[in-house]
Write a protein that binds this ligand. Structure first.
Ligand SMILES: [Ca+2]
Length: 379
């Protein structure tokens, strides 16, 4: 467990952005590279090879200058770099060289401007995650990483099916950890997306600190359009605060090392006060007539299971009266469903601040566990 960072947990709705919602169109950087290549080909047709190479080199130099002008020549960026250099003792030339390598990506602005979670009804959102492929993939991931999952459950008290479902929802078990350069994502959003600029500049600062602390190559790190990295899609502040070197090899690698990724997700939940209570959430089979008026608007529970019992909602007997509880409403394919989320359901929303996200993780986790038990692997 890391104690290196004093940074407070992030409270931001795009903390983790499920990867499946992201399309990956070719960015402006790719377009520029193609342009440079086309220039070189045209030159080769008319000039000797050496001249063509010179032209290519010139094109690359020109491209570098244009990119540099894009960010490090900007006054707001320079003010930011001066500020973080003095605050965190960064080498100013190193900062300049890192940001000079950052490329504006219009596709990142486009992606963050249309978060699908806000547009989809629950049954549409659910259909993305609760699929045969993702359930089978979860069983496979579990069986392939059982020792790490068991170790994480022992150390952090977070059960394997929840950790597996998080990694399944976030990246399809590592199948899609994101193909944007994190440096491009955070610089683009930090300086060219005014609505969330402050948040993403903060994450850019965290990223620079992370890269310095871990001795990483800033330009080589890949992630989502929002700068989330690895199997569990940690943004830089989460990486610094919650990622763990769970296999004790001296490196926190949440991209390629499944043991580290599993330990890091479990640690994230433990640090957000996962309790391991017997019930996470349940569907209300016979909601009271006034259920729609009882729905909680905030994710953080303001009531208890005892309160909901007093309001006429049947709560399973193993849930104690003092357990935090919220009533949620979801648009299912066949009409409205009411669900009660208990304390650990709220903890899932600390991973991604969305009740649909939390229910998808819960349902996927249950489906994976049931499938694994039914096939005899879980006994
Ligand atoms: Ca490690």
């Amino acid at each position: 467990m890391t104690s290196r960072s004093q940074i407070a947990p992030v409270t931001d709705p795009t903390h983790h952005s499920p990867q499946m919602l992201v399309r990956l169109p070719s960015g402006s950087s790719r377009a520029r590279n193609l342009l440079t290549g086309a220039l070189a080909v045209r030159c080769a047709n008319r000039w000797p090879r050496r001249m063509a190479m010179l032209a290519t080199a010139f094109g690359l130099l020109w491209q570098g200058a244009a990119l540099a002008e894009g960010y490090v020549e900007r006054e707001d960026v320079r003010a930011y770099l001066d500020s973080v250099a003095s605050r965190y003792g960064f080498d100013r030339d190193w900062l300049t060289s890192v940001i000079a390598d950052a490329s504006h990506q219009e596709s990142i602005i486009a992606a963050i401007s249309r978060p699908a979670e806000r547009a989809l009804a629950w049954h549409e959102y659910r259909n993305i995650f609760i699929t045969e492929r993702r359930i089978a993939g979860g069983v496979q991931f579990w069986n392939g990483n059982q020792a790490a999952l068991d170790a994480a459950a022992a150390r952090y008290n977070v059960p394997p099916h929840i950790v597996v479902a998080i990694i399944g929802v976030e990246t399809n078990y590592g199948g899609n950890t994101g193909s944007y350069r994190v440096l491009d994502a955070l610089t683009t959003l930090g300086f060219d997306y005014p609505r969330r600029a402050e948040f993403f500049r903060g994450q850019l600062t965290e990223f620079l600190l992370l890269v310095r602390e871990e001795g990483m190559d800033a330009g080589a790190l890949k992630g989502s359009y929002a700068g989330a990295m690895g199997l569990g899609q940690f943004i830089p502040s989460s990486y610094r605060t919650f990622a763990v070197d769970f296999d004790d090899d001296g490196i926190r690698d949440i991209w390629n090392n499944r043991t580290d990724a599993i330990g890091s997700v479990a640690n994230y939940f433990a640090e957000h006060r996962w309790k391991g209570a017997p019930v996470i959430a349940f569907k209300v089979d016979s909601p009271p007539a006034n259920a729609s008026e009882l729905v909680d608007s905030d994710l953080k529970p303001t009531r208890t299971a005892g309160d909901l019992r007093a309001l006429g909602i049947a709560v399973p007997a193993e849930v104690s009266d003092d357990e935090p509880a919220s009533l949620h409403r979801f648009e299912a394919a066949d009409g409205v469903q009411y669900w009660v989320g208990l304390g650990d359901f709220y903890v899932i929303t600390r991973y991604n601040h969305s009740r649909m996200y939390a229910l998808a993780v819960f349902e996927l986790a249950e489906a994976i566990r049931e499938r694994r038990e039914s096939t005899g692997a879980g006994t």
